[in-house]
Design a protein. Structure first.
Ligand SMILES: NC(=O)c1ccc[n+]([C@@H]2O[C@H](COP(=O)([O-])OP(=O)(O)OC[C@H]3O[C@@H](n4cnc5c(N)ncnc54)[C@H](O)[C@@H]3O)[C@@H](O)[C@H]2O)c1
Ligand SMILES: [Zn+2]
Ligand SMILES: [Zn+2]
Length: 336
């Protein structure tokens, strides 16, 4: 089969590889769509702590069951989307039912071969059914949308509150959509990319161009100086992290979604005087994943708006190169 394989040294290319055979309790999936994610870029640049070349990346994917090795409610031909997290089941987090923060958490497409291929094998218990009203290409966004669902659930967002999202990448935009669905009032979203800000505007979010004006001034001038109830940091920069503390109201909640590569500084003194809470967020629970699928199927939000490109697997190199141009791309889907 054809696979977009990653080799060390910023090298992703098409290779003919052996079609995998499902082991016991695994299903063979014929991949339909697989999203490229920032984490894939981290692997591409050799900065991921766990991923090892050669690897077929891709942890955001949908497809059709080709064969099943084990007893299951699923059958051959079912349309599915894959929840890529694999937890150990034994550590304290798993024992407490919090499998997504498993101490040994692994992801399909990072720790083992994933969806940038014609076929992939996955454990049966990682499959979710795709409702008939949902296309397989949109269903591939269940994973990043589940991140957004989990993030908003970990915030203290209440109806009518003002929200600021720093970073309008796919994750920031999806958080904006979910915050809106949760009844947020003004949703400000900053970025330095005019293309991404335009997309934010189309989605009914209030764009703030961080390249042109001071983000804190820009937002507070709109709210007449009223500080923000919940701030999401989704850009992963020192600048945006600093802005979270300047924007948040007394006793408000900052949610850091970004994965910081270096150890950033944060103004703890100011946070102390204002009793600010800061929370982090990792992946999603099975329930968040199901909720993401239900939200997409319900059609209340147009998730397809974050898809910028749909490329054939032969174009995977182009996909990775476009990911390096945030002013031209958002979510890129590879379609084997
Ligand atoms: N918590 C989790 O489980 C989880 C899951 C997925 C992604 N993430 C993290 O979330 C972050 C966002 O993911 P993404 O896929 O949307 O990435 P992305 O790189 O596409 O988005 C980041 C955005 O921040 C913008 N940006 C850069 N500097 C800025 C500034 N000074 N002000 C405002 N915006 C600025 C960029 O232009 C870009 O649009 C990443 O750090 C990623 O690792 C976390
Ligand atoms: Zn991802
Ligand atoms: Zn565990």
């Amino acid at each position: 089969m054809k696979a977009g394989q990653f080799f060390s040294g910023k090298d992703v290319r098409i290779k003919q590889v052996q079609k995998p055979i499902p082991k016991k309790d695994e299903a063979l999936i014929k991949v339909s769509s697989a999203g490229i994610c920032g984490t894939d870029m981290m692997i591409f640049f050799g900065k991921h702590p766990r991923a090892e070349a050669p690897l077929i990346m891709g942890h955001e994917f949908s497809g059709i069951i080709d064969s099943i090795n084990g007893v299951s409610d699923f059958t051959v031909g079912d349309r599915v989307v894959i929840e890529p997290t694999i937890s150990c089941g034994k550590c304290p987090a798993c024992e407490a039912g919090q499998m997504h923060v498993c101490q040994e958490l692994k992801l399909i497409g990072i720790d083992m071969d994933g969806g940038f291929a014609e076929y992939v094998t996955v454990p049966i218990n990682r499959l979710h059914r795709v409702p008939k009203e949902l296309s397989l290409s949109v269903a591939a966004l269940a994973e990043p949308l589940a991140v957004a669902v989990h993030t908003v659930r970990r915030s203290s967002l209440k109806i009518g509150e003002n929200v600021a999202i720093l970073g309008a990448g796919p994750i920031g935009l999806l958080i904006g959509m979910i915050a809106k669905l949760n009844g947020a009032n003004n949703i400000f979203i900053s970025d330095i990319s005019p293309y991404r800000l335009e997309k934010a505007k189309d989605l009914g979010l209030h764009p703030i161009n961080a390249g042109e004006k001071d983000v804190v001034d820009g937002i507070l001038s709109y709210t007449n100086g009223k500080l923000i109830d919940t701030v999401f940091e989704v850009a992963g920069t020192e600048t945006t992290l600093e802005q979270t503390v300047k924007l948040i109201k007394t006793q408000g909640k900052i949610v850091v979604v970004s994965v910081f590569k270096n150890r950033p500084l944060i103004d703890l003194t100011s946070m102390h005087f204002n009793e600010i809470s800061l929370t982090t967020t990792r992946c999603y629970s099975k329930d968040d994943f199901r909720t993401a699928i239900d939200i997409m199927a319900g059609g209340k939000v147009d998730i397809s708006a974050v898809i910028s490109h749909q490329l054939k697997i032969e174009e995977i190199e182009k996909g990775f190169s476009l990911m390096g141009e945030p002013d031209k791309s958002l979510k890129i889907l590879i379609q084997p």
